[in-house]
Design a protein around this ligand. Structure first.
Ligand SMILES: *Cc1c(COP(=O)(O)O)cnc(C)c1O
Length: 351
């Protein structure tokens, strides 16, 4: 309420004001590495602006993780570019370095080097940064990091959001903190931030009359929404602690044969945005899911891979069976920051 009142008192309800600049600088301080932040109205908008700033244009190819939410890949289509889907490895469920290198070589042999790659930290678990970064440098293909689910996750000492050439967070209502709807683009310097801010405000020039030399968008976050974000941000560490505790509690107390939890590899720190499990089979997963549904407990299968989605049917993909297996056998359990032990026990007993 205090941050919202601040916006009302300064009479700035639209795309600038002290909540926008305050939240931007608080996030910059938090993630470090001298990164600059541009607040926008969704994580999807942030990814779209990232692709534009990386120079992705019509008919360019963009590498994309198949095991993700559709919003990682839709912005590629907004640019008229071609997504090339890559499967996951089993340790983090993110981009498989072997598949990735195979695909890059194959695309180059086909006559077109991918213009960028979108790497995702699925469910808050960081991707294999060193391997991905090595390939990014070897083939000179920049990484756009989809950190929508990974605010507060880390790879060694580096926070997610600082691993790629650019990155996006989402502050949608289902993420670890929210601005109601919103997101931000993370870039390497002030120049790029100004470019992003401009593209997000219809690419207006400084002239007193409206003057435009390029295509712009209406993507900025409002000063009111940024106020909600500042307040939420104050409880980020507590939320990460709680979400990690949810995961540990499930792992410790679900003693059913055939149910597995994926541990963090050495050096990886996940915010455990969602607590996910793997069952033995599709049948077992469905039995658990439907039983929980009967008890009014919401769960959701893990991502249906993008290469299986009708909307992306015609685009190239490189698969190894991992994402399809995760889709068949995996389940996201209730994971909110406000779950009580009683809630968690109810889920565990029902399983
Ligand atoms: C939520 C999400 C997005 C999109 O963010 P919005 O703020 O909802 O537009 C993009 N990628 C992933 C992986 C997400 O989970």
């Amino acid at each position: 309420m205090d941050y919202i009142k601040l916006a009302l008192n300064e009479n700035l309800l639209t795309s600038f004001g002290s909540n926008v600049s305050g939240f931007e600088s608080e996030l910059e301080t938090y993630i470090g590495c001298n990164k600059k932040i541009s607040l926008v109205n969704s994580g999807t908008s942030a990814l779209h602006l990232g692709l534009i700033l990386l120079g992705v244009q019509k008919d360019d190819e963009v590498i994309c993780q198949s095991f993700t939410y559709c919003a990682s890949a839709f912005p590629v289509l907004y640019q008229g570019a071609v997504p090339v889907f890559i499967d996951s490895e089993r340790e983090t469920w993110n981009l498989c370095p072997e598949q990735l290198e195979y695909a890059i070589k194959h695309r180059i042999a086909n006559g077109k080097k991918p213009k960028a790659m979108i790497a995702v930290h699925s469910f808050g678990m960081p991707y294999k940064h060193e391997e991905i970064q090595y390939l990014s440098e070897k083939y000179q293909i920049p990484v756009l990091e989809d950190a929508a689910e990974a605010l507060g996750s880390r790879y060694k000492d580096l926070k997610c959001g600082t691993l790629g050439n650019m990155a996006a967070f989402s502050f949608n209502g289902n993420k670890i903190i929210t601005t109601s709807a919103g997101g931000c683009l993370i870039v390497a310097n002030q120049n790029l931030k100004e470019r992003a801010d401009s593209l997000a405000s219809h690419a207006k020039h400084k002239e007193p009359h409206y003057h435009h030399t390029e295509l712009g968008y209406n993507y900025k976050m409002s000063n009111v929404a940024a106020g909600v974000g500042r307040a939420q941000f104050e409880s980020l560490e507590a939320r990460i602690t709680k979400r990690r505790a949810n995961f540990e509690y499930y792992k410790k107390n679900i003693k059913k044969e055939g149910i597995q939890f994926v541990n963090e590899p050495e050096g990886f720190f996940s915010n455990r945005w969602l607590s996910c499990t793997l069952t033995e089979s599709f049948e077992m997963r469905e039995k658990i899911r439907l039983n929980l549904q009967d008890k009014n407990i919401e769960t959701r299968p893990l991502w249906k891979p993008m290469h299986l989605q009708p909307v992306f049917e015609k685009y190239p993909h490189y698969t190894n069976g991992v994402s399809e297996d995760l889709f068949q056998k995996g389940l996201c359990l209730p994971s909110g920051s406000d779950l009580t032990n009683e809630d968690l026990n109810r889920v565990i007993e029902s399983i």
